[in-house]
Design a protein around this ligand. Structure first.
Ligand code: C2O
Length: 536
């Protein structure tokens, strides 16, 4: 294994999209950011140099960070932000991981433009467990607002109402010819007839789950969230913010141009945009004037198409890549995830209250010292360890919600002993509105053992859990008005964030953290903080 050195200059860049121009925060002036390449078991050193007027942190989404929480990145969870003019060296090892992941800023809404691909190749000489592709292409899906995203969320927090939806989605930074203002902004995926391509697809959008499809071609799914799956062929994939999906694409046509479409999925009756991003799959040798072969993106409420994809996912479970799902459970947790209300006397537009989000009715309040620092240095008063294992009161979760919609606030973590096995059932609530919540856990991969509509039934549903070949992921969509269940082994000491990866819900408080200790105290179980760890 090698040590890979990267330099990330965080710089502003004036950028033009949809006939308007704005200054965005980027890595090295690129949107999406540069693709970072490494191999399984390599050590990666990324020096981040903050040259903008914003606080910055970077999260390596899906990297396990075994005992190296200081390099994980979420602001005020594992580190305080890198302030303007400061630098920080992220230092981590990709132990036993290979596949596609993403990195992104993890403070406020900066990740809207500060994100990119992290490609982890298998160890030298180790083949993929699927036919070797002739070439590989990275496809980063994103979301674009004409105005400044920090201003949008700050405005929403002031008013108590929901923020504006985006003005476009993007494929590798470009919306496609979706308005008169973007006819030139079309990403071209070049392919040669007869070759097979590995597409490494990443959803880096802030607030939308997306469908992805290519006219005239089926996709063979081989990996999600940097874990191999049993290959299957499908027309349309579903990908939530923070998730990654590797597919094989057979360029089995002779010539032509084929539409690539990324469009929102939302099976809840709430306002979301309906904008499709497009790109072109372009066979070499096809004349520029050739008309593009079109495809219709699924309507945004296509629950059936979403379910088709999700229910096809199975862990590869081969000899070399077994599925090590915990068969027994030490900590069984039931978490409601959803929206709520909090009093806000200054929020006139929202009648003196504001929309918040919560897990088990707790709206998480960010501390001003990072949780991991407070844990490691035993600083009192930063967090409490009384995060509830169950909702405070029973109600018909997937129904209309209880009479009192007010949530409780706190900086609470759930404590788990080292190596304990944990089962989490995430139940969406219908409070204000049922909605999809792609929930991401830092520091672990988990096994998705079950999923269903309506209320989780603790007597019946566990009997149908898949404990043989569940898919292993780091981000899982909780269906609107339904539930999902996962298991993991708490084999990574530290403080690990868990939150909805719809950025608006994270901002509203749909987040919590697990504290994993080995019983001997943090100094024995977590590596010491690096010298340049940003000051709080
Ligand atoms: Cu990709 Cu805590 O985030």
């Amino acid at each position: 294994c090698r040590v890979r050195h990267y330099k990330f200059h965080v710089v502003s860049k004036q950028t033009n999209r949809l006939c308007s121009s704005k200054s965005i925060v980027t890595i090295n002036g690129k949107f999406p950011g540069p693709t970072l390449y490494a191999r399984e078991d390599d050590t990666v050193l990324v020096k981040v140099i903050n040259q903008v007027n914003h606080n910055v942190t970077i999260h390596w989404h899906g990297v396990r960070q075994l005992r190296t929480g200081w390099a994980d990145g979420p602001a005020y969870v594992t580190q305080c932000p890198i302030q303007p003019g400061q630098t920080y060296l992220y230092n981590f090892t990709l132990t036993g991981q290979r596949g596609t992941l993403l990195y992104h800023a993890h403070v406020n809404w900066l990740r809207s433009t500060l994100h990119g691909a992290l490609v982890i190749l298998p160890k030298r000489g180790v083949p993929y467990p699927f036919p070797k592709p002739d070439d590989e292409l990275v496809v980063v899906l994103g979301e674009w607002w004409k105005s400044d995203t920090e201003a949008i969320i700050n405005e929403a927090l002031k008013s108590g109402l929901a923020p504006n939806v985006s003005d476009a989605h993007t494929i590798n930074g470009l919306p496609g010819a979706v308005t008169n203002c973007s006819t030139q902004d079309v990403y071209n995926l070049p392919v040669e007839s007869g070759k097979t391509y590995l597409l490494r697809i990443i959803n880096a959008a802030l607030n939308e789950e997306l469908f992805f499809k290519i006219a005239g071609h089926k996709l063979t799914v081989v990996e999600v969230d940097a874990t191999y799956v049993k290959p299957f062929k499908i027309e349309t994939i579903l990908i939530a913010p923070g998730q990654t999906t590797n597919v094989l694409l057979n360029a089995d046509q002779k010539f032509g141009k084929y539409l690539v479409a990324a469009s929102p999925f939302m099976d809840a009756p709430i306002a979301v945009d309906n904008l499709t991003a497009t790109a072109t799959l372009h066979y070499t040798g096809t004349l520029a004037a050739t008309p593009t072969i079109l495809t219709t993106p699924p309507p945004k409420n296509s629950t059936q198409i979403a379910n088709n994809f999700i229910s096809s996912l199975r862990g590869l479970n081969s000899k070399k890549y077994p599925v090590n799902v915990p068969l027994t459970v030490d900590h069984s947790l039931f978490f409601t995830v959803g929206l709520g209300i909090s009093p806000c006397p200054s929020c006139k537009a929202a009648n003196g209250s504001r929309v918040v989000a919560a897990i088990n009715n707790v709206t998480f309040i960010m501390p001003t010292i990072a949780l991991l620092q407070a844990h490691y240095f035993n600083i009192k008063g930063v967090f409490t360890t009384d995060f509830p294992a169950n909702p405070p009161h029973l109600f018909n979760y997937s129904g209309p919600g209880p009479a009192n919609l007010n949530t409780e606030t706190g900086t609470k973590v759930y404590r788990v002993p080292f190596n304990a096995t944990v089962q989490v059932v995430l139940q969406d609530t219908g409070i204000i509105a049922p909605e999809n919540h792609p929930v991401h856990l830092h520091g672990f991969n988990f096994f998705v053992v079950g999923r269903g509509v309506g209320n989780f039934n603790p007597k019946i549903d566990p009997k149908n859990f898949n404990l043989v070949d569940p898919v292993e992921r780091n981000t899982i969509g909780v269906p609107a008005g339904g539930w999902t269940a996962f298991r993991f082994r708490a084999d990574n000491p530290g403080v690990w964030f868990m939150h909805c990866h719809l950025e608006v819900h994270t901002t509203w408080g749909l987040k919590m953290a697990f504290l994993v200790d080995n019983g001997k105290g943090p100094k024995q179980s977590v590596i010491p903080p690096p010298k340049d760890l940003p000051k709080c």
